[in-house]
Every structure is written in C-alpha cells, then in structure tokens.
Design a binder for this molecule. Structure first.
Ligand code: PEP
Ligand code: MN
Length: 336
C-alpha cells in the first residue's frame, strides 16, 4: 500500500496515521524523495483503505500488491520523464539515443566520438571509465582522469554523460562529471550501491542482472526510489541462457512487460543484448517496436581496435545509417 502524504503534513497527523496503521496490523515506512513524501505500508489483512485515504495530511492512497511498490505503474499511471536539462529528456516522447564506446580509451577517442555524436544529433554519450571485466588482466578503465577528459569534451558541446559506477566510494568523485549513473548488470543487486544512489539527485540507469528476473530488477529499482531518488531508468541488456550462439539472450519480452509494470522509462541495450555487431541493428529496431523509450549502443571509430567489446561495436560509419533507421522506426511506432 502506498500512502501519498501532503507536503505540509503535521507531526500529530503523522502520529494519527501511524496509530491507525498499527491498529489494522500494518507497518509504515516513511519515504521522502526529491519529488514526494510517502508511507509504504506492508501488512496482511484486508481493510477499507478509504478510512486512511480521508485522514488529514493524506493526499491519496493506493493498493499495490506487487513486491515492488513505488516503481509500480499501479499507483502512478503517468510515465516518469527523466529530464537531463537543456531539453534532453528520456521518456518524453522523443527517441533518445545514448551512443559511444564500451570504454573511454583516450582524449583523442573522446573528441572523435563527441564530433560523431554532434554530427548525428545525439545528445548522450556512453563510455565506461570503470569497467567490470571477466578477466582482471583486461583493460579496466581510465578512472577519474578519464572521466574528467570525458566531461571536458562533452560539456563543450552540451553532450550528456552516462557512465558506470561500480562502488559506493566512487559516487562522490564522479557526481560532478556525469549526468546519469549507470549500474551494470553485475551490480544490479548490489544493495549498498543502490541505497547510496538513492541518496543522490542524479538519474540512474539500472541494468538488469545477468540472470535477473523482472521482479528482481524492479525491486532493485525500488531500493533506489525508496532511498530518495525517483529518477531511474531500467535497462534490458540480455540475460544468460543456454544458447551459446550469441553473447546474451536479448529479452524483447521484458521491454513490453516492463512498460506495463512500471512507470519508469525503459532503455534497450542491443549491443550487450546480442553481442554480435551484425545483429545489433535488427535487435535495436525490434526494441523500439516493443516499446523502449531509449537506446544505448556501442560505437567506435575503429571497432577492431576497441579496448573492449569491439565485436559488438558499430563503426561510426555504420552507425550513421543505423541512427537514421532507428529514427524512422520510432516515427513508425508513434504512428500506430
Ligand atoms: C557496458 O555497458 O559496457 C557494460 C559493462 O554493460 P553490462 O553491465 O550490461 O554488461
Ligand atoms: Mn561494453
């Protein structure tokens, strides 16, 4: 059950509310975010919720029976829009493309990518400076010095930055340089990290775990929301299955289902989703048709030379036609 409180709720009204909840066998958790003040209340008995809905200081009350509550569409019918400033919004009806290399490699690479994005009217650049790698001997990212360069060149052109944070301790060093914190698949249920990201007022792109269910993804998002941050996007990036012909099994079903279950924007990552350059485009187009609000994809001037994930990365040349077809598909979808 979600109880939306009036912004000026008085202490005694809150006490009355808590007494009422205890009387019906419910426990209240007060949640304050940058946009709202709520009590998420958990209990077993069924009762007439109007007896709480009419209490002074209570704005509205909603029954949400799912394990996840605040991220559910059952109480918030209007979709969440993530506003990054300068007219860049996710979930507002325009297709947002986030493109860039898997890893930030050098200043020259950043400059080339930024120019490519400007030329193609793309407003958000992706690129990892902290890289979760299967092998500890692989390239693990340039860290904060790389992020500073990333920020310097993006800022000049009004390009927003999405990049992965791997540890709670990195948040404070990254926050001034980034526009979206990415939580990678491997950290999708790192609850300490999720809690910490609930404490900051920067959007979070939360990826689905490598073998995460939708319920787990939504409950991971609930950690961020319930710790104070409503600015969350969910990302389908493929899951581990028995199929070995491609890197991951991109779960197109998840996109359609998530759009039904949650008010949060859904982002598709076809690059990691299939892991094979040649098939990134068809999977991306299908994601749009399934309802994705945005796309994140890996591009590189020379993918063969990329420090990571070159096999699933489009060249800048290839990406130009790709963006056009994404935009055409988006228009087609809007016309339905
Ligand atoms: C990435 O975006 O480069 C990445 C490491 O993604 P994931 O966490 O989905 O594997
Ligand atoms: Mn990658």
């Amino acid at each position: 059950m979600i109880i939306q409180l009036e912004p000026q709720i008085k202490e005694n009204q809150l006490e009355d509310l808590n007494s009422k909840l205890s009387a019906v066998g419910y426990k209240g958790n007060r949640i304050r975010t940058q946009y709202g003040d709520y009590v998420v209340s958990i209990g077993k008995k069924d009762f007439d919720i109007r007896s709480i809905g009419t209490m002074p200081g209570v704005r509205d009350i909603h029954r949400v029976s799912d394990a996840y509550k605040l991220v559910s569409k059952k109480w918030k019918v209007q979709n969440t829009v993530i506003d990054l400033g300068d007219g860049v919004r996710i979930g507002a009806g325009d297709l947002q493309i986030m493109a860039g290399p898997c890893s930030i490699e050098s200043e020259e690479q950043i400059e080339t990518t930024v120019q490519h994005l400007v030329d193609n009217d793309i407003k958000i650049m992706r690129g990892g400076v902290y890289k979760p790698r299967s092998s500890p001997y692989s390239f693990r990212g340039l860290g904060i010095p790389g992020l500073r360069l990333f920020h310097k060149h993006c800022q000049k052109h009004g390009i927003k930055i999405v990049t992965e944070v791997m540890m709670v301790e990195q948040i404070k060093d990254m926050i001034d340089y980034i526009d979206i914190f990415q939580v990678g698949a491997r950290n999708s249920q790192n609850f300490n990290l999720l809690d910490a990201l609930g404490d900051v007022d920067k959007p979070v792109l939360l990826k689905r775990g490598i073998s995460g269910t939708l319920n787990e993804l939504l409950q991971a998002a609930e950690y961020i929301f319930s710790n104070g941050n409503e600015r969350i996007m969910l990302c389908e990036r493929g899951i581990r299955s028995y199929e070995g012909a491609y890197r991951n099994t991109f779960d197109i079903n998840a996109i359609a289902m998530l759009k039904e279950k949650t008010h949060l924007p859904v982002v598709a990552d076809p690059s990691h989703g299939i892991g094979v350059r040649k098939f990134v485009e068809p999977v991306a187009l299908a994601s749009i048709m399934a309802g994705a609000d945005a796309l994140i994809c890996e591009v590189h001037e020379t993918p063969e030379k990329a420090f990571s994930d070159g096999q699933q990365t489009l060249s800048h040349q290839e990406a130009m036609g790709f963006y056009n077809r994404l935009r055409k598909t988006w228009k087609l979808k809007q016309s339905f």
